[in-house]
Design a protein around this ligand. Structure first.
Ligand SMILES: Cc1cc2nc3c(=O)[nH]c(=O)nc-3n(C[C@H](O)[C@H](O)[C@H](O)COP(=O)(O)OP(=O)(O)OC[C@H]3O[C@@H](n4cnc5c(N)ncnc54)[C@H](O)[C@@H]3O)c2cc1C
Ligand code: SF4
Length: 338
């Protein structure tokens, strides 16, 4: 174990001051990802800044009908919150598809956004990995890449983003509120996570001195027609091979608006607005859904062991959209379970 200092931030301004003062410091919230990475010697922060007691624990309605979620709201509290269960069941379903109850009790909203890839080479410090050590190479491209990305990859990295919650947040068009030395700013969810390009060590566009304070959901929650379909090697406690967040509004037998985002296929939650636009105005049938899947996967590229993901994603998209149109989601919302 490497030595590190510990400091507890008393408020957001203090957290920003502490992180800005030490480029080797890291925030710790629930610790469910960071502590594992420290134990494996992947992350070596010189200082941990504990933000777990900051007053960022509210889920509240805002003007215009949207909802703001504090960055320290635990994943469990968020999934079971009455506002989320009733109005954003897609988000509740995605959260409950992830990790285990104990982990969800500890894991925070902000930490879920910032969790790091589960690429096995990233965790294995004796193998080259451009994300862990810039310029060292990528062991996955010609290695065991069954779980790796099929969209938006680069010659430097083919890792996937592991979050379930973030796939729903991408489909719902969430915004991320952050605070840094130069003040507050709001980042559209689509711009929060990055593709690997030639800088795979950067997962997000959060600046080094910034803290995530809130996630904002717009008023539209697609509570009637949604589905979060997660396909994994075992039924629980496993990351997605492919996951699909689908939502739509219907006018009789016509799709008015559709949302479609995938997890387990790219370095960031993969929302495709062209496929969504192609669904608008169509009847909600298998032909329209297959065409949307074709469009979304048009540029998919596989490696030695993950070619199955393209077909799996195609079938998953059609299935999730069918469940969405029929209002028979893969997982019932918390409200319906109760
Ligand atoms: C065995 C296991 C199985 C799992 N399965 C799943 C799964 O199926 N699906 C899924 O989605 N997730 C899964 N997870 C991941 C889990 O959801 C994340 O570990 C968790 O969400 C991280 O939240 P945290 O608060 O514990 O973050 P921490 O570990 O405290 O922090 C993670 C990172 O976020 C940074 N950070 C935290 N909060 C902030 C903030 N407010 N602003 C800026 N930076 C911040 C930290 O500096 C750190 O770099 C699993 C985890 C484990 C251990
Ligand atoms: S895919 Fe990315 S995280 Fe995995 S070994 Fe290659 S560079 Fe590292």
């Amino acid at each position: 174990m490497n030595n590190f200092e510990y400091a507890r931030a008393v408020d957001v301004a203090d957290a920003v001051r502490l992180i800005a003062g030490d480029p080797k410091a890291k925030f710790i919230a629930g610790g469910t990802n960071l502590i594992d990475l420290m134990k494996e010697d992947v992350e070596r922060p010189a200082k941990l800044i504990d933000i777990s007691r900051l007053p960022l624990t509210k889920v509240e309605e805002i003007a215009g009908g949207g909802v703001r979620i504090g960055a320290l709201v635990p994943n469990s509290d968020l999934a079971y919150h009455p506002l989320i269960a009733a109005r954003y069941p897609l988000l509740a379903s995605a959260i409950l598809a992830g990790a285990s109850q104990q982990l969800r009790n500890m894991a925070s909203t902000g930490g879920n956004l910032l969790q790091r890839t589960r690429c096995a080479y990233f965790y294995d410090t004796v193998t080259p990995c451009n994300k862990r050590e810039a310029g060292s190479g990528c062991s996955a491209i010609n290695g065991l890449n069954r779980g790796h990305a099929i969209l938006g990859t680069s010659a430097a990295c083919i890792a996937t983003h592991p979050s379930d919650m973030c796939v729903a947040l991408a489909a719902l068009d969430a915004k991320v509120h952050v605070t840094g030395v130069s003040g507050e700013r709001v980042i559209a969810f689509a711009d929060f996570h990055r593709l690997p390009g030639d800088t795979p060590h950067l997962d997000t566009n959060l600046r080094p001195d910034e803290i995530v304070t809130e996630v904002e959901l717009p008023a539209k929650g697609f509570a009637a027609n949604y589905s979060y379909l997660k396909i994994r090697d075992r039924l629980s406690y496993a990351f997605a091979l492919v996951s699909i967040a689908a939502a739509m509004t219907l006018d009789g037998n016509t799709i008015k608006e559709a949302r479609l985002a995938l997890g387990g296929v790219a370095h960031k939650p993969w929302r495709n607005t062209a496929a969504e636009a192609a669904l608008a105005g169509r009847a909600p049938d298998g032909t329209a859904f297959a065409q949307a899947a074709d469009l979304l996967l048009r540029d998919a590229k596989s490696y030695a062991h993950n070619g199955f993901k393209i077909n799996l994603a195609h079938r998953g998209i059609v299935r999730a959209l069918t469940q969405t149109a029929q209002a028979t989601p893969q997982s019932q919302s918390v409200k319906k379970i109760r």
